[in-house]
Design a protein around this ligand. Sequence first.
Ligand SMILES: Cc1ncc(COP(=O)(O)O)c(C=O)c1O
Length: 405
Amino acid sequence: MSLDVAQLRAQFPILQRQVNGQPLVYLDNAATTQKPQAVIDAITAFYTECNANVHRGAHQLSDEATRRYEKAREVVAAFIHAAAREEVIWTSGTTEGINIVARGMSQQLQAGDEVMVTEMEHHANLVTWQQACKAAGATLKVVPIHEDGALNREAFSDLLTDKTRMVAMPHISNALGTINPVKALTAEAKSKGALVLIDGAQGVAHGIVDVQDIGCDFYVFSGHKLFGPTGIGVLWGRKSVLENWPVWLTGGEMIATVSYQDATWGELPNRLEAGTPNIAGAIGLAAAIEWFQSLDVSALQVHEKALLTRATELAAKVPGLRIVGSSANKIGILSFIIEGAHPADIGFLLDRQGIAIRTGDHCAQPLMERLGVPGTARASFSIYNTLDEVEQLFIGIDKARTMLG
Ligand SMILES: Cc1ncc(COP(=O)(O)O)c(C=O)c1O
């Protein structure tokens, strides 16, 4: 099976629209991906056919809604190779998943304990662990990166000690595109007795994720970066760990018994999911995953690599352009700065030409400081982008440079 990009694009209604009088060239996929018709249809079908609350009603609609919602959990479990469906906890996204784990962990951390993150963290994984450490009097250790954006493996080993209670790191950097060798890093961290959380926000849409093969304890991601809706995400946790994880939200559905003075908690996954969930979001995410799984993953990877290779070649020809993040192992993210041009101006002038990129610090302020840049312009490619769009990006950059004089 090879990738028919034209056929793929036809499934995304938004890609047919114009922006500022030009056909949309959407290159902001690391921020969020567009949604195929299959996802839009699944959400519409839920609201038009069986909208009801789940797990509660003694009526047909509630049964149907519950069936679709719980089927969605099974789809996610199979997609990430979870050992059991109850290891999949619905969240609002990556940020919430990390917060659930860090909140629980902060009750166990003590002064002298260590938590490790990396220099390439998104604020979601940095600030959350930084605050958990502050509250507990624990030490936050930050693994440095090399100049090309790859993680410094030697430093990782050196910083890991038998006091390291948690290693929390990104599968893939949103700012640089670097793919971390998470399986090897996890094995090393676990050999010291640490728990491991992988921030999979950028990890899920670029290949197969097998949480059991990685060997981590937690893997978190957001539906909206995987062609699914916003407001839904997943916290996967190893069952033996999640079973005893402190509850973070209390209320309906997560309890076993309640009296006026006390309560006991239910079983997984309910014990970590209080209140009415994002039912349509879960169903939409499952539709996105089923859609993604219908594609040939190795063909996707070849296509994404071709987009990045062409973009890197064209970038080399632009006077004054510096690529920020050039690790050998990276996804289709091209972060760059151009001498004498502010990234925000580049972004604005590209937008005038219908080309959507992201500019700024990419929720990674300390990383920008570490790299000595105020921020970057970032073009991030997805499977529906074309080589022609890559060419258009660089025509647009040339025009922007001319305008900025
Ligand atoms: C690496 C990484 N971690 C965490 C997040 C936060 O994801 P969300 O805003 O969907 O919770 C993002 C979003 O860009 C990300 O790229």
